[in-house]
Design a protein around this ligand. Sequence first.
Ligand code: G
Ligand code: G
Ligand code: MN
Ligand code: NA
Length: 255
Amino acid sequence: FQMEREIKAALENRQFRLYYQPQFDLVQGRLAGMEALIRWPHERKGMIPPSEFIPVAEETGLIIPLGEWIFESVCRQISAWQARGVAAVPVAVNLSARQLFSRKRLLAQVRKQLADHAISASCLELEITETMLMANLAQALETFDRFRALGLSLAIDDFGTGYSSLSYLQRLPINKLKIDRSFVRGITVGSRDRAIIESLIHLSHNLGLQTVAEGVETREQADILRNLGCDKVQGYFFAPPLPPEEIERQFLVQK
Ligand code: G
Ligand code: G
Ligand code: MN
Ligand code: NA
């Protein structure tokens, strides 16, 4: 109950922050997108990792108001960047299962935020983990169809870790697969992880999907991924999740 109260208070007192982790195009080396990641700088406990409070927010239903705050903040940020004429790239937002279940509210919310901030749906991407997807396939299908109709782009997160029946890939209107970092970690020449990643990239491309490799920490990993034809990368080797001011300073150039 302690954590639940603290999450509520932190929402009311506007203590959450959104960080943004850049994604880069492996061919041109250009900024190609960003993933919004929530941060909670706690006055006494320091940074509380999302792995500690997102599950509590899920269980208690607080993920609904928290998720709304996240969408609102991301849309406000995109709009501010656009107003200042800095290069616009799509921003990905992580969705939780509970948000997926409250489809109507989620859709209404996203529509409202896009309208209020006068931004195009193509500026937003939604990420849903493969595990979540498989547990809620029917809901996900409906929700995804609606979001695609709105013009948002959709990505499967942590791909390769869930029990995926690959048949869902034909049925879902998705744009991207994010290859889980557990495969990237062991991707040396001749490794099994490399073989798996190579197959995932072929699979994605044959289905007309883009691939993003997560958790890229070394130049060697980046080079191998480029040679395998991976489209985009995200990871500490390129940039960690950063506050918006740092994103601007390091990556957003005035047009
Ligand atoms: O940034 P990182 O350690 O800190 O995030 C850990 C996990 O927390 C992510 O893999 C993701 O599942 C979850 N997470 C981070 N930000 C968000 C968010 O804005 N919404 C949701 N639902 N989950 C998030
Ligand atoms: O949503 P997802 O589970 O993909 O969240 C991304 C998580 O991965 C965040 O917790 C983020 O801080 C973390 N992360 C980002 N880049 C790296 C990396 O290069 N290595 C590792 N181990 N974690 C990373
Ligand atoms: Mn993610
Ligand atoms: Na992931």
